[in-house]
Design a binder for this molecule. Sequence first.
Ligand SMILES: [Zn+2]
Length: 254
Amino acid sequence: MANPNNYRNHAESLRIMVQKAERIVVFTGAGISTESGIPDFRGPQGVWKKKPPINFHDFVASEEVRRKSWEQRFTDVYKLTGAEPNVGHDAITKLVNEGKVTHVITQNVDGLHQASGTPDDLVIELHGNANYSKCLDCEKRFENENIKKKFLEDGTIPYCDSCGGIVKTATISFGQPMPFKEMRQAEQATLTCDLFIAIGSSLVVYPAAGFPQLAKQNGARLIVINNEPTDLDILCDLVLHEQIGPTLSTAVNL
Ligand SMILES: [Zn+2]
C-alpha cells in the first residue's frame, strides 16, 4: 500500500516546480484515464495484447474489416462511453484556468480533458478522438450515436452523405499517418514551455515520446508522473512513481 504521506512530500516538490514555471505543457497517456476506468489498450495487460487493433489499410481496403471494426466498437471492450474525468484531469484543468498550462498534448482518444473543462483548442490530440467519426475524404463529422443506431438496427455501415467517402472514428489507427497539424502544434507548444510534465505514459511510443526529450533539450524542466519507471526518468528533474489523481490534486490544492 502506498503511504499517503508520500503523496504530500512528492506533491510539495511538484507544487514548487509548478509555481516557479510560467508556461507549462502537460503530456498525457493512458495512465491518467485508467483512473476513470478506461482500459490501457497498449499496456502489458492491455486489450490489444488479447485482441490486436485493426490496421488502417485493412480498414480502408475491406468492407468486411470495417464491419468487424464497427461491431467491436459498439458491442465490446472498445466502447469508451460513460467514463467521467477524474481528479487528475480536474487538476490539469485548474492549472489551465490559472493560465499556467498553455497546452495539453494527449495520446488518449477519450476526450476527458475537454470533458473536465480544458478548452478544446488547448488540447492537442495526437491519436485523435474516439467520441465521434469523420469522413476519410472530406473530414465531415458524424456522431457515433447515429452510426451506432443504424448499425445495430440493420448492420448498415457508414459512408459520407456528402462525398460517399469511408467514415471512420476520428482516431489515428495503426498504419495511419500521425496528424500533421497536431504534430506541429505539439512541437511548437513543447518548444515554448519552461516546464514539461509527462503524465501516465510509458513514453515508448514514437513520435509522441520525442516531445519530453525535445522539451528537455530546449532547456525546459521535465517531470514524469507514472506508476512505473519510464526510459526517460533519467532525464527528469523530478520523477514521481505514484498514482496520478491523488498526486496532482494534492499538488494543485484541488
Ligand atoms: Zn465526405
